[in-house]
Design a protein around this ligand. Structure first.
Ligand SMILES: [Zn+2]
Length: 245
């Protein structure tokens, strides 16, 4: 229960300002009150898996993505709470199965400034990547997210990514910011299911590539998990003060 704090570093301020500028430049985005005027900002952390679609991947040594997402999310929650964020989780235990639709509904009910979805990827290249909904999709007869959520998510994606990548320099390379339409599910549905039902800005971070031995070694070590949590916290801090809905 620590009092709300503001970004402590110059870079955090600059990132936040850049994010604000991006949001204001977005025709569909609407800026809300500044952080100082708001209550504790709310973030929804969504440790990926298990869901209706997948239990998650695993490293060659058998450490599961579900476990890594959960462990990093707990570390990130601690960091963000210490910085004044109210953190709402989509799961209450590592093994809890929560559908992707339900995850979005939890973020919506919390009125989160950001829903941050933690995953690890399976790919040919190493590194961290960030995905945002770049167009509407359809699932269970529902079309979403709204154009305002798309614009707000897009506005947060780069500031978040830049801050996270900077904090991981020398440890985890970067794989860019991408629209969800570039993902397998997004190419079929238009957006990820969790985004279709999101009424708050949503980012999915693929923290590392788990089938890459170097990335897997990084994220399975506690020092790597700590560093990743700090990098994601820096990313979240870069989004602070923005209330895009
Ligand atoms: Zn995943």
């Amino acid at each position: 229960m620590e009092p709300p704090t503001r970004p402590r570093t110059l870079s955090a301020w600059l990132s936040a300002l850049a994010a604000c500028a991006l949001l204001l430049a977005s025709p569909a985005g609407r800026a809300g009150p500044p952080a100082a005027a708001a209550a504790r900002p709310v973030i929804c952390l969504d440790p990926g898996h298990p869901s209706e679609t997948s239990a998650g991947t695993a490293t060659a040594s058998g450490v599961t993505e579900n476990h890594l997402n959960w462990v990093v999310a707990l570390k990130l929650r601690k960091l963000l709470e210490a910085r004044g964020w109210k953190v709402v989780m989509t799961k209450s235990s590592e093994g809890e199965k929560v559908t992707n639709r339900r995850r979005a509904e939890i973020a919506n009910a919390a009125g989160a400034a950001l829903m941050l979805r933690l995953h690890c990827d399976s790919a040919s290249a190493r590194g961290l990547a960030v995905y945002f909904p770049d167009r509407q999709g359809k699932k269970y007869g529902v079309t979403g997210p709204s154009r305002a959520v798309i614009a707000a998510s897009r506005a947060l994606a780069k500031p978040f990514y830049r801050a996270a990548v900077a904090a991981l320099k020398g440890y985890v390379p970067s794989r860019g910011v991408h629209g969800e339409s570039a993902t397998l599910i997004g190419s079929k549905q238009g957006a990820l299911t969790g985004s279709i039902f999101a009424r708050v800005p949503v980012l999915t971070v693929e923290m590392v590539v788990l089938n890459n031995p170097t990335d897997a070694a990084f994220i399975t070590a506690e020092a790597g998990q700590d560093r990743m949590a700090r990098a994601l916290a820096a990313g979240v801090e870069a989004c602070r003060g923005i209330r895009p809905r």
